[in-house]
Design a binder for this molecule. Structure first.
Ligand code: AHR
Length: 353
């Protein structure tokens, strides 16, 4: 019944009430003002299917651009209408977008939450309107888990664990252990956006594995001597690293950076000061953008954990299931891999982002 009403709402403008018409106009105006785009299949027989409202964080990295493109391509390929909204790094813009999607009565709301807290009220509104919600890429914290249908993204805690696992291997197997007998290995961490699930989990998984190593009888031991958010931005990675290198923080053995954009900025700052990234300081990064893989080939990065941005096909598949009233798994993790300085680089295919 509800879907019939929605279809009347969408297709028979003359029959909708003045109140609904005003709401629709406001919603569309808000989306246009905020940089919303609506991608539509060229096949008119398919556009009758359903509509997904998709709120993306912004365009802070090459990774994010690829992630957005992947969703738009998958929607176009499936002949599904996607209302795309770029929140320009602001949670309030995302909340506004979700409210617009509710006013427009989309079939499914999919969004990438910039931070994990603060979603309860708007999700209650979506639930009240009977619109299922799919959480993409980053996780949320809500006391009532029924407020969303499921999560699709990467396992960011595992990404942190992989990063730490590499360091242990590197310093146990490939280094002269005597160097680190008298002091611990000193790590600088450039973390992602404060309050985002990926930054929280990448820090958590990393610390978990290092704590296990530190609890063992044997050396080496690891110490995080400095940790600061670079907001996933290259410019901030550069700024932070410059500040650190010009301060009295000495003997940095490792930089663990939560994404490639910040890593590339940090590498630039090191090179400007005559420091050889990958040699003088071990560099561990996350994402596996093409530029980071090139740096790995040059020996300027030692280890990269892939964070797979090609989530579009799965997002559209799960959203389609929800639109048809089917249930979906609570968690769907993307397959991801790692790239290390010990790999045969000839097997690495172009990354596409
Ligand atoms: O949420 C995924 C992270 O967000 C990626 O690692 C990063 O590049 C992006 O900004």
């Amino acid at each position: 019944m509800k879907s019939i009403l929605r279809s009347i709402f969408r297709n028979t403008v003359f029959r909708i009430s003045i109140l609904n018409f005003v709401i629709l106009c406001l919603a569309l105006q808000s989306m246009v003002l905020s940089g919303c785009q609506r991608s539509q299949s060229t096949d008119s027989s398919e556009t009758e299917s359903f509509i997904i409202g998709f709120s993306q964080i912004g365009a802070e990295s090459a990774w994010r651009l690829r992630n957005t493109q992947s969703v738009q391509d998958a929607a176009a390929e499936a002949g599904i209408q996607l209302i795309y909204f770029n929140a320009e790094q602001k949670q309030e813009n995302q909340i506004r977008a979700i409210r617009s999607f509710i006013a427009y009565q989309v079939d499914v709301i999919a969004f990438v939450p910039i931070v994990s807290d603060g979603w309860m009220h708007v999700l209650e509104e979506a639930q009240y309107a009977g619109i299922p919600v799919l959480i993409c890429d980053r996780e949320i914290n809500v006391s009532n888990e029924n407020l969303y249908a499921g999560f699709i993204g990467t396992n960011s805690e595992q990404e942190g664990r992989n990063a730490a696992g590499y360091l242990i291997q590197k310093f146990i197997e490939y280094n002269d252990q005597e160097t680190f007998f008298n002091r611990s290995i000193r790590i600088v961490e450039l973390s992602g956006t404060e309050g985002s699930s990926v930054a929280i989990n990448r820090a958590l998984g990393f610390r978990e594995v290092l704590a296990e190593q530190n609890a063992r009888a044997e050396y080496p031991k690891f110490e995080i001597i400095y940790s600061e958010s670079g907001d996933f931005l290259r410019s901030k990675g550069y700024e932070l690293m410059s500040l650190i290198l010009d301060s009295n923080i000495n003997d940095i053995d490792v930089v663990y950076s939560h994404n490639d954009s910040m890593t590339l900025g940090a590498i630039e700052a090191m090179k400007e000061r005559g420091i050889r990234p990958g040699t003088d300081i071990v560099i561990v990064s996350i994402d596996a953008e093409q530029a980071a893989i090139e740096a790995l080939r040059r020996g300027e990065i030692n280890f990269v954990v892939e964070c797979n941005p090609n989530q579009g096909p799965d997002i559209i598949r799960l959203a389609s299931m929800l639109a048809q009233g089917e249930s979906i798994p609570r968690i769907t993790y993307m397959h991801s891999r790692v790239f290390s300085e010990w790999d045969d680089f000839s097997y690495i295919l172009p990354r596409g982002y």
